[in-house]
Design a protein around this ligand. Sequence first.
Ligand code: DAT
Ligand code: MG
Length: 166
Amino acid sequence: MNQAVLILIKPDGLKKSLTGNILTRLSETKLEIVAAKMVRVSAALAKEHYKHLNDKPFFNDLIKYLQGEFHDRRKVMALVYWGKDAIGKCRELAGATNPEEAESTSIRGSYGRITTGGVYENVIHVSSNESEAEREIKLWFAPDEIIVDLYPVAEKEEQRRLKGWA
Ligand code: DAT
Ligand code: MG
Protein backbone atom coordinates (compact mmCIF):
# COMPACT_ATOMS: atom_id res chain seq x y z
CA MET A 1 0.00 0.00 0.00
CA ASN A 2 1.34 3.43 -0.91
CA GLN A 3 2.03 5.66 2.07
CA ALA A 4 3.52 9.09 2.74
CA VAL A 5 6.01 9.64 5.56
CA LEU A 6 7.59 12.75 7.05
CA ILE A 7 11.37 12.62 7.45
CA LEU A 8 13.31 15.29 9.33
CA ILE A 9 17.09 15.44 9.23
CA LYS A 10 17.63 16.92 12.67
CA PRO A 11 20.25 19.58 13.57
CA ASP A 12 22.86 17.01 14.66
CA GLY A 13 22.56 15.29 11.27
CA LEU A 14 23.13 18.62 9.52
CA LYS A 15 26.02 19.63 11.78
CA LYS A 16 27.72 16.26 11.30
CA SER A 17 27.41 16.74 7.54
CA LEU A 18 25.31 13.60 7.17
CA THR A 19 22.67 14.94 4.78
CA GLY A 20 24.05 13.28 1.65
CA ASN A 21 24.71 10.07 3.50
CA ILE A 22 21.19 9.90 4.95
CA LEU A 23 19.57 10.66 1.60
CA THR A 24 21.68 7.93 0.00
CA ARG A 25 20.56 5.45 2.67
CA LEU A 26 16.94 6.47 2.15
CA SER A 27 17.29 6.10 -1.62
CA GLU A 28 17.82 2.36 -1.04
CA THR A 29 14.08 2.21 -0.34
CA LYS A 30 13.29 3.25 -3.95
CA LEU A 31 10.63 5.55 -2.52
CA GLU A 32 9.87 8.86 -4.23
CA ILE A 33 10.69 12.25 -2.67
CA VAL A 34 7.56 14.35 -3.16
CA ALA A 35 8.52 17.37 -1.00
CA ALA A 36 11.73 18.80 0.50
CA LYS A 37 12.81 22.04 2.18
CA MET A 38 14.99 23.58 4.88
CA VAL A 39 13.03 24.86 7.86
CA ARG A 40 13.93 27.21 10.71
CA VAL A 41 12.00 25.56 13.54
CA SER A 42 10.03 27.83 15.84
CA ALA A 43 9.30 26.77 19.42
CA ALA A 44 5.62 26.57 18.48
CA LEU A 45 6.33 24.20 15.57
CA ALA A 46 8.63 21.99 17.65
CA LYS A 47 6.09 21.81 20.50
CA GLU A 48 3.26 20.96 18.13
CA HIS A 49 5.37 18.31 16.41
CA TYR A 50 6.22 16.60 19.70
CA LYS A 51 2.98 17.41 21.55
CA HIS A 52 2.38 13.71 22.39
CA LEU A 53 5.47 13.93 24.63
CA ASN A 54 4.72 17.21 26.41
CA ASP A 55 4.38 15.53 29.81
CA LYS A 56 7.81 13.86 29.60
CA PRO A 57 10.77 15.07 31.70
CA PHE A 58 12.91 15.37 28.56
CA PHE A 59 10.36 17.50 26.64
CA ASN A 60 12.07 20.89 27.07
CA ASP A 61 15.43 19.55 25.91
CA LEU A 62 13.73 17.77 23.01
CA ILE A 63 12.26 21.09 21.83
CA LYS A 64 15.63 22.85 22.15
CA TYR A 65 17.31 19.99 20.28
CA LEU A 66 14.86 20.15 17.36
CA GLN A 67 15.32 23.91 17.22
CA GLY A 68 19.08 23.42 16.89
CA GLU A 69 20.04 25.07 20.17
CA PHE A 70 22.55 22.33 20.98
CA HIS A 71 24.20 22.31 17.56
CA ASP A 72 24.43 25.91 16.43
CA ARG A 73 22.35 24.87 13.41
CA ARG A 74 18.94 26.49 13.60
CA LYS A 75 17.40 24.44 10.87
CA VAL A 76 16.23 21.00 9.89
CA MET A 77 15.68 19.43 6.49
CA ALA A 78 12.09 18.26 6.05
CA LEU A 79 11.12 15.73 3.35
CA VAL A 80 8.11 13.69 2.39
CA TYR A 81 8.76 10.24 0.93
CA TRP A 82 6.00 8.39 -0.83
CA GLY A 83 5.55 4.82 -2.01
CA LYS A 84 4.88 1.23 -1.02
CA ASP A 85 5.18 0.63 2.74
CA ALA A 86 7.06 3.93 3.11
CA ILE A 87 6.68 4.16 6.89
CA GLY A 88 7.93 0.66 7.65
CA LYS A 89 10.84 0.94 5.23
CA CYS A 90 12.01 4.31 6.58
CA ARG A 91 11.54 3.34 10.25
CA GLU A 92 13.61 0.23 9.65
CA LEU A 93 16.43 2.22 8.06
CA ALA A 94 16.25 4.79 10.90
CA GLY A 95 16.49 2.22 13.69
CA ALA A 96 15.20 2.31 17.26
CA THR A 97 14.40 5.58 19.06
CA ASN A 98 17.21 5.06 21.57
CA PRO A 99 20.40 5.25 19.50
CA GLU A 100 22.16 2.87 21.89
CA GLU A 101 19.49 0.25 21.23
CA ALA A 102 19.28 0.89 17.49
CA GLU A 103 20.76 -1.75 15.22
CA SER A 104 24.35 -0.75 14.58
CA THR A 105 23.93 -0.51 10.81
CA SER A 106 20.79 1.67 11.05
CA ILE A 107 21.05 5.44 10.66
CA ARG A 108 20.50 6.06 14.38
CA GLY A 109 22.77 3.14 15.31
CA SER A 110 25.53 4.48 13.07
CA TYR A 111 25.33 8.17 13.92
CA GLY A 112 23.19 8.74 17.00
CA ARG A 113 24.29 9.24 20.58
CA ILE A 114 22.86 9.97 24.00
CA THR A 115 24.39 13.07 25.55
CA THR A 116 25.53 13.18 29.17
CA GLY A 117 22.47 15.40 29.68
CA GLY A 118 20.25 12.52 28.53
CA VAL A 119 19.18 13.92 25.17
CA TYR A 120 18.69 11.29 22.46
CA GLU A 121 20.51 12.83 19.51
CA ASN A 122 19.10 10.35 17.00
CA VAL A 123 19.76 12.23 13.74
CA ILE A 124 16.42 11.78 11.99
CA HIS A 125 12.70 11.78 12.61
CA VAL A 126 10.42 9.34 10.82
CA SER A 127 6.63 9.32 11.29
CA SER A 128 5.54 6.14 13.03
CA ASN A 129 2.12 5.41 11.49
CA GLU A 130 -0.26 6.75 8.83
CA SER A 131 -2.29 9.05 11.06
CA GLU A 132 0.87 10.53 12.61
CA ALA A 133 2.33 10.96 9.12
CA GLU A 134 -0.77 12.84 7.94
CA ARG A 135 -0.77 15.12 10.98
CA GLU A 136 2.94 15.83 10.66
CA ILE A 137 3.00 16.36 6.89
CA LYS A 138 0.11 18.86 7.22
CA LEU A 139 2.01 20.59 10.02
CA TRP A 140 5.30 20.94 8.12
CA PHE A 141 4.10 21.46 4.54
CA ALA A 142 1.46 23.46 2.70
CA PRO A 143 -0.41 21.60 -0.07
CA ASP A 144 1.39 23.40 -2.89
CA GLU A 145 4.81 22.41 -1.51
CA ILE A 146 4.05 18.73 -2.19
CA ILE A 147 4.15 17.60 -5.81
CA VAL A 148 1.42 14.96 -5.49
CA ASP A 149 -2.09 15.22 -4.03
CA LEU A 150 -1.79 13.41 -0.71
CA TYR A 151 -4.79 14.76 1.19
CA PRO A 152 -7.95 16.73 0.33
CA VAL A 153 -7.46 20.48 0.00
CA ALA A 154 -9.80 23.44 0.33
CA GLU A 155 -9.68 26.90 -1.23
CA LYS A 156 -8.84 29.40 1.50
CA GLU A 157 -9.37 33.16 1.50
CA GLU A 158 -6.21 34.57 2.95
CA GLN A 159 -5.27 38.18 3.63
CA ARG A 160 -1.55 38.11 4.12
CA ARG A 161 1.39 40.01 2.78
CA LEU A 162 3.58 37.82 0.60
CA LYS A 163 7.22 38.39 -0.19
CA GLY A 164 8.16 38.48 -3.87
CA TRP A 165 11.56 38.92 -5.49
CA ALA A 166 12.53 42.61 -5.50
P1 DAT B 1 10.64 8.17 17.48
O1 DAT B 1 11.45 9.40 17.17
O2 DAT B 1 11.45 6.91 17.28
O3 DAT B 1 9.31 8.13 16.76
P2 DAT B 1 9.18 8.95 19.89
O4 DAT B 1 8.14 9.52 18.98
O5 DAT B 1 8.73 8.02 20.97
O6 DAT B 1 10.32 8.17 19.05
O7 DAT B 1 9.99 10.12 20.59
C1 DAT B 1 10.30 11.29 19.88
C2 DAT B 1 11.70 11.75 20.27
O8 DAT B 1 11.77 12.00 21.67
C3 DAT B 1 12.79 10.71 20.00
O9 DAT B 1 13.24 10.74 18.67
C4 DAT B 1 13.83 11.09 20.99
C5 DAT B 1 13.06 11.65 22.16
N1 DAT B 1 12.90 10.66 23.23
C6 DAT B 1 12.02 9.63 23.27
N2 DAT B 1 12.16 8.92 24.40
C7 DAT B 1 13.16 9.53 25.10
C8 DAT B 1 13.79 9.27 26.37
N3 DAT B 1 13.41 8.25 27.17
N4 DAT B 1 14.79 10.10 26.75
C9 DAT B 1 15.19 11.13 25.96
N5 DAT B 1 14.63 11.43 24.76
C10 DAT B 1 13.65 10.63 24.34
MG1 MG C 1 7.65 9.32 16.96
